[in-house]
Design a protein around this ligand. Structure first.
Ligand SMILES: Cc1ncc(COP(=O)(O)O)c(C=O)c1O
Length: 419
């Protein structure tokens, strides 16, 4: 059953003072909490489907492929008679499986340097809470994964966004440009590599720029590497390959994307900094534990990662190639070749991508089909940035991907004539 949330709560704007004599007011922080920027368009898409229009969902980041049967086998083989709380840092076999996973990708962690979390999401919240006091700042590069905003609101920290540009495929700016954003309140830098929403992968040299600033200003570096295996061209380099900042580095990871188990909610926070891990452990104690069944279910995946990730990554590589080639046939679109993850941000030859995306899902159809896009403004913190950009997620098979790009091409044609 869906929860009906009023516009004023959703928009986090309207003061509820006039209601305060009837019910207590929600907190100021609650009012700041963002709702998913995509919710309105998703609701329109549902209406459209009811009218018999096929909707291609290019808006969401949930892999559409089947979860491997090894996960369901592991669940069937569970012998326990009681579903008890797991230890707050994670079940021992799950911690060992995470350690094995990291070893497999060339990263050394001991079990006592890991806390199993409810997805990468909880790991990010724990990381923010562990390093920042109220209103301290974390630097991010925009566009960024929009839920970082929500995590920062929960943790009561400020995100300070450093703008990137579509012109160079959203690669990092020069070191002195990044340095300008560091203030006495800055406690850390949060990077996401490979990146949602842009598909960018940072080179060693780019990472060195960040690492040197982290060292110079004694900051933490949080690296969200949940898309690690989705590296299509060239090498992916983890922040864990910079031993000079190993005690300042916090790694955020997750089974969700690479193993197609988004609903299992198994992630991890990992660090060689014992204070950080012990603090994350205390946050973990407060929420008791992560789901026991799911922790057991992902063990086979973590123990032999390549076996499971390889076919998934190959499928997404095909889709990336189809999207990249397909975009060449749409006049006026600005794009680049995403190096990883399964997203791309494209510039459209129009002024307002929110208006276009709404019109596309609400009014447009081609052969009884339309597409749902994610306007890119939701991935920027700076007002007005990304106004003509949309994010595409490669969540459809190759044929459907081609059809939806065709729909965008025809829709842009018609839209430009109308507006
Ligand atoms: C960059 C990034 N980090 C973290 C997450 C959180 O994923 P989960 O909590 O499922 O691990 C996502 C999900 O889309 C993401 O795109």
């Amino acid at each position: 059953m869906s929860i009906e949330v009023s516009e004023e709560i959703m928009n986090s704007k309207v003061s509820m003072k006039n209601k305060s004599d009837i019910i207590p007011e929600i907190s100021k922080r609650a009012k700041l909490m963002q709702a998913s920027p995509l919710r309105k368009l998703a609701a329109i898409a549902e209406e459209r489907k009811k009218k018999g229009i096929k909707v291609y969902h290019l808006n969401i980041g949930q892999p559409d492929l089947e979860t491997d049967s090894a996960v369901f086998e592991a669940i069937k083989n569970i012998q326990q008679k009681t579903i008890a709380y797991a230890p707050s840092n994670g079940l021992v076999p799950t911690l060992t499986a995470w350690k094995n996973y990291f070893k497999n990708v060339g990263i050394d962690f001991e079990e006592n340097e890991l806390i199993v979390t409810s997805g990468g999401s909880e790991a990010i919240i724990f990381a923010m809470c562990s390093i920042c006091d109220t209103d301290e700042e974390i630097l991010v590069f925009e566009p960024f994964y929009t839920n970082y905003n929500g995590f920062a609101t929960i943790a009561n920290v400020k995100l300070r966004a450093i703008p990137l540009s579509i012109a160079n495929g959203f690669h990092l700016p020069a070191k002195d440009e990044i340095e300008k954003y560091i203030t006495p309140k800055t406690r850390g830098i949060l990077i996401n590599n490979p990146t949602n929403p842009t598909g960018t992968i940072y080179s060693r040299e780019e990472l060195e720029r960040v690492v040197s600033l982290v060292k110079k200003y004694n900051l933490f570096l949080m690296s969200d590497e949940v898309y690690r295996e989705f590296a299509f061209d060239g090498e992916f380099i983890s922040v864990m390959s910079f031993p000079e900042i190993s005690h300042q580095t916090i790694l955020i990871d997750s089974c969700s994307k690479r193993f197609n188990v988004c609903g299992a909610r198994i992630g991890v926070i990992a660090s060689h900094n014992k204070d950080v891990i012990q603090t994350a452990f205390k946050f973990g104690m407060a929420r008791l534990s992560v789901a026991t069944i799911e922790q057991l279910a992902v063990i086979p995946l973590l123990n032999s990662p390549q076996k499971f990730t390889k076919p998934i990554v190959e499928e997404f590589r095909k889709r990336r190639d189809v999207v990249y080639e397909g975009l060449k046939s749409i006049p006026g679109v600005t794009f680049y070749k995403p190096e990883g993850a399964f997203y791309i941000v494209i510039g459209l030859p129009i002024k307002d991508s929110e208006h276009f995306s709404r019109w596309l899902i609400e009014k447009f159809e081609y052969e009884n089909e339309t597409a749902l896009l994610a306007p890119a403004q939701g991935f920027y913190a700076t007002q007005g940035k990304g106004a003509n950009e949309v994010r595409l997620a490669f969540m459809l098979n190759v044929e459907d991907m081609k059809r939806s790009l065709n729909i965008i091409r025809f829709a842009l044609d018609e839209y430009k004539k109308k507006f």
